[in-house]
Ligand binder design. Structure first.
Ligand code: CU
Length: 368
């Protein structure tokens, strides 16, 4: 079939929206008709060419939500008509990692996904007979896509797909970091560094876990205000005295839980330093630049702090994304407030511009 899709032709250049060919699903694969797709930093990062593992040409996009239109042989977990969210972090349920119960990093399709292919090592996307590669196993800047069934979470059809798509990446990463990875405890004090989509997710997750104090830190007063609307109890604009200020405001101790959501290694260090002696847990969610390292004074560890990291917030996608969507439906997460702009696929580059200027929290592409 022919579909419209946004193609990364050349690094550092705008995406080109055009007609491409999409082959039907093979065994274990699913054809999804996209309804909504968030525009995320990872898409912009890949298109910039800074990511050394990037490749072109490919169809970008990974924060998708839509409806199953066809299934290949042996697909058992979804059926035609199901509402689904795409998962750049898949869950096969069978590999050694999935069976361990200790990690959400599924290794079943990881290698081929990283190369831009579906699990059998081929692409369903093409143009004039030439292969176009997939992106993060999703390629959702497109009217339709074919993905592994391991890359789809089936969600409650009562949820709007526009809201559901935000659970595909940043929001779930923040929620999961607080709820599943760090497991914030009731009554605790939490600090979140960086209040983009991931940091705001961590604020909400900390609130759902029953934290008593939730301190937001960001360079933007606007974002601090948004964080207050979602559960932050206080906040301040970051400066060179950020760590001292947190220590001051926590009786000199530091916070029970800190979260870093910036990708900046200096902020990561602050998150460790602002964690409490004895039991403070500092969780890193941001992606640092290649070759950058995190400096930690070992004394901070010997005196009882723990440093954690999580990809996709430790969320096991097919199991837990549906549960998070249910919390949205229960009124626990105000997802709609995070959607700041609604754009068409043709305006995808404008979505990058908005993100670049930190205008709003999330732009969502609507497919009509
Ligand atoms: Cu993303």
């Amino acid at each position: 079939m022919q579909i419209r899709a946004a193609v990364l032709e050349e690094f550092g250049k705008p995406l080109v929206v055009q007609d491409v060919d999409l082959a039907g699903p093979k065994a274990g694969e699913v054809l999804v008709r996209l309804v909504a797709c968030g525009v995320c930093h990872t898409d912009m990062y890949s298109s910039s060419g800074v990511d050394p593992s990037g490749y072109a040409p490919c169809v970008l996009g990974h924060e998708g939500a839509g409806v199953v239109e066809a299934v290949g042989e042996d697909v058992t977990s979804v059926a035609i008509g199901d509402h689904v969210v795409t998962l750049f972090s898949p869950e096969c349920g069978q590999c050694v990692n999935c069976r361990s119960g200790k990690t959400n990093i599924c290794i079943a399709i990881r290698e081929q996904q990283g190369l831009g292919y579906l699990p059998d090592g081929t692409a369903r996307l093409s143009r004039d007979g030439d292969e176009l590669r997939h992106f993060m196993g999703c390629s959702t800047f497109a009217e339709a896509t074919v993905v592994s069934e391991f890359s789809l979470a089936k969600v409650n059809p009562d949820a709007s797909l526009e809201a559901a798509c935000l659970f595909a990446c940043g929001l779930s990463t923040g929620l999961g970091a607080a709820m599943y990875r760090a497991q914030v405890t009731p009554g605790s004090t939490v600090v979140v560094f960086g209040l983009g989509m991931v940091g705001l997710g961590a604020i909400v997750g900390a609130r759902l876990q029953g934290a008593e104090r939730i301190i937001g830190v960001d360079l933007s007063q606007d974002r601090l205000d948004i964080a207050m609307a979602h559960g932050a109890t206080e906040g301040f604009v970051a400066d060179e005295h950020t760590v001292e200020r947190i220590l001051d405001e926590t009786g000199g101790h530091g916070a029970d839980f800190t979260f870093e959501a910036t990708g900046n290694v200096n902020v990561m260090r602050q998150a460790v330093e602002a964690a409490r002696m004895g039991w403070g847990v500092a969780t890193m969610t941001g992606v640092a630049g290649r070759g950058e390292t995190l400096d930690i004074v070992p004394r901070l560890l010997i005196t009882g702090r723990t440093v954690l990291g999580a990809s996709f917030g430790g969320v096991r996608g097919r199991t837990q994304v549906p549960q998070l969507v249910d919390r949205y439906l229960a009124g626990d997460i105000d997802v709609d407030a995070f959607i700041s702009h609604r754009i068409s696929l043709d305006d995808v580059n404008q979505g990058f511009d908005l993100m670049h200027h930190q205008d709003g929290i999330r732009s969502v592409i609507q497919f009509s």
